[in-house]
Ligand binder design. Structure first.
Ligand SMILES: [Zn+2]
Length: 458
C-alpha cells in the first residue's frame, strides 16, 4: 500500500513538473517566438549569406526604403543614394552590423512571423513595416550635415513619432564599402549616434543646472553678476570665451556664461546636481520600440572646481542625444513628453495590421511651472543671441552648446530645443562632432531641418 502511495506522489510531482515546463514553454513561445523565428540561422527567413529575405520597410508616407530583391539576391533600397545614406541607421545594413537598424532590430516584425501561422507569408514578401521617419526630412538633415560626423534628431513630443533620425558617418547600403576597423574616417559608423552614443553635452547642459537653480535658489531672478571672462572657483579659473559684463539669470543663459552657471552648480552642490540630472531622465536608458539607448552620466571628482565645470556640461559629463531631446520635449509639454518611437504601423502583405503602436508618456522629467519659465528663457536665447530671422515664423526655444573634447581638437557643436506650436510640436537636437560653434554650425543645420519640417507639416 505504502509503495503505491509513494508512486502516486512521484507521478504527481512528475506531472506538476511537466505542466510547469509546458507553461514556461508557452509563455516563452508567446513572448519570444518572434525572436526565435527571426534567429539568423532560420533559412526560411534568411538567405545563405545571412541577409533577411522578407519584409518591406517604408517611411511614414509610404516611400519604400528597403525590400527583398525580385531575383532573391538580398535586398534593394530607395532609388536615390543620398536618401539611402540618410536613412541607413534607421533602416540598417545587409550584414547586420547596425544592430539598431530596422532590418535587424525589427526582424521579427518584418519576417511575417505571427503566433498562428509562424513565418508563413501568403504573398511571399513578408510584412510591411512603416517607420515614423520621413525620408525627405532625413535627406535634408543629411545634406545639411555636409559630410561632418554627428546626428540630427527631430520628434513630435505629443505623439512620440521620430520624424528625422540621421547619424553620420554613413554609407550606401546598396553598395557597402570595405571599412577597416581602425580607420578614423569611419569611426563609429555602425553606431546610431542619436540612440546609442554618449557625448560631452557642453552648454546645452546648462538647462539642467538652470532647472535645479530655479527650484532651489529663491532669489535667483533678483541676482546680478559681473562676468570678467574668468572667475576663481575651487582654487582654479573657470573661463568664458570673453567678458560677458553685467548679467542677470536670463542674459547669463542667453550668453551661456560659464562663470555664472559654474557658481550656481557649486552653490547647489553635487548631490542636488546629480538629482536633477537623474530627474531629467539623462542618466536612464530608454527603449525606442525595444531598442535600448545608452545612458548618460553626471560626474566630477569631488572638488568645487570640477563641479563647476560639470555644471556647465564640460569635462566628464556624458549624454545620449535622444535623452536630451526627450527632456526638451518635456520642457515644451509641461513636464512630460511622449516617449520617442520609430514604428508608425505594421501590416501583413495583404494589409492586415500586425501590431498596435500608440503614444506612451514619459514620467515627470521637470515641474510644469519650471518648464514654462525655462521655455520662455530659451525663447529669449533665440531673440537675444541666435537670431529669430533664422527661424522664420517659428516660436522656437533653443540652447546651443560648444563642448570641449580636447586641447588640440575643434569642439563639438550642439543645438537643441523645441517649437511651441500645437500644429508642429517638434523637439530637436543637432550634434556636429568637431563642428566648432554651437549656434553658428549646429544652429544653422537645425534651422534648415526645422524649416523643412514646418513647411511639410506632419
Ligand atoms: Zn561669462
Amino acid at each position: 500500500m505504502r509503495k503505491i502511495e509513494k508512486r502516486t506522489v512521484f507521478c504527481l510531482i512528475l506531472t506538476a513538473l511537466l505542466g510547469l515546463g509546458l507553461a514556461l514553454f508557452c509563455f516563452r513561445f508567446v513572448m519570444d517566438g518572434g525572436d526565435w523565428a527571426s534567429y539568423p540561422y532560420n533559412r526560411h527567413l534568411y538567405d545563405n549569406q545571412g541577409r533577411l529575405k522578407g519584409g518591406v520597410i517604408l517611411d511614414r508616407d509610404g516611400d519604400v526604403l528597403s525590400q527583398p530583391a525580385a531575383d532573391g539576391s538580398g535586398r534593394t533600397y530607395y532609388p536615390d543614394s543620398s536618401v539611402r545614406k540618410a536613412t541607413l541607421h534607421a533602416v540598417g545594413d545587409q550584414a547586420g552590423f547596425i544592430g539598431s537598424g530596422a532590418q535587424t532590430a525589427f526582424a521579427d516584425k518584418l519576417s511575417g512571423y505571427n503566433l498562428f501561422t509562424g513565418a508563413y507569408s501568403p504573398l511571399g514578401s513578408g510584412n510591411y513595416l512603416y517607420l515614423t521617419i520621413d525620408a525627405y526630412l532625413n535627406n535634408i538633415a543629411y545634406q545639411a550635415l555636409g559630410g561632418n560626423r554627428g546626428t540630427v534628431g527631430v520628434y513630435n513630443y505629443k505623439t512620440g513619432e521620430i520624424l528625422c533620425m540621421v547619424s553620420t558617418p554613413t554609407f550606401d547600403p546598396a553598395d557597402p564599402p570595405d571599412i577597416a576597423a581602425d580607420d578614423p574616417a569611419w569611426e563609429g559608423v555602425y553606431v546610431n549616434r542619436l540612440l546609442s552614443a554618449n557625448s560631452i553635452p557642453g552648454s546645452i547642459f546648462k538647462v539642467v543646472t538652470l532647472n535645479a537653480a530655479i527650484e532651489n535658489i529663491p532669489d535667483l531672478f533678483q541676482r546680478h553678476w559681473t562676468c570678467t571672462g574668468s572667475v576663481d572657483i575651487g582654487g582654479d579659473a573657470v573661463t568664458c570665451p570673453f567678458a560677458h559684463g553685467e548679467l542677470d539669470i536670463e542674459s547669463a543663459l542667453a550668453n551661456s556664461c560659464n562663470g555664472v552657471f559654474g557658481q550656481l552648480a557649486v552653490e547647489l552642490g553635487g548631490k542636488t546636481m546629480e538629482k536633477y540630472t537623474d530627474a531629467a531622465g539623462l542618466t536612464t536608458a530608454i527603449k525606442v520600440d525595444g531598442v535600448q539607448t545608452s545612458k548618460g552620466s553626471f560626474s566630477f571628482d569631488g572638488t568645487d572646481h570640477q563641479l563647476a565645470w560639470a555644471g556647465v556640461g564640460q569635462d566628464r559629463d556624458a549624454m545620449c542625444p535622444i535623452n536630451m531631446m526627450l527632456y526638451m520635449g518635456a520642457i515644451a509639454n509641461g513636464g512630460k513628453a511622449a516617449m520617442p518611437r520609430l514604428i508608425e504601423k505594421s501590416s501583413t502583405d495583404y494589409g492586415l495590421p500586425t501590431g498596435v503602436y500608440f503614444p506612451k508618456k514619459s514620467g515627470k522629467l521637470i515641474e510644469a511651472d519650471t518648464a514654462n519659465t525655462i521655455a520662455d528663457m530659451m525663447h529669449n536665447n533665440v531673440l537675444a543671441t541666435y537670431g529669430q530671422d533664422r527661424f522664420p515664423g517659428m516660436d522656437v526655444c533653443a540652447k546651443s552648446g560648444t563642448a570641449e573634447i580636447g586641447a588640440d581638437k575643434t569642439p563639438n557643436a550642439w543645438f537643441t530645443g523645441f517649437l511651441r506650436d500645437a500644429s508642429t510640436p517638434y523637439a530637436f537636437i543637432v550634434l556636429v562632432e568637431q563642428g566648432g560653434g554651437g549656434s553658428s554650425v549646429a544652429g544653422t543645420i537645425a534651422s534648415q531641418v526645422l524649416t523643412a519640417a514646418v513647411e511639410k507639416g506632419y
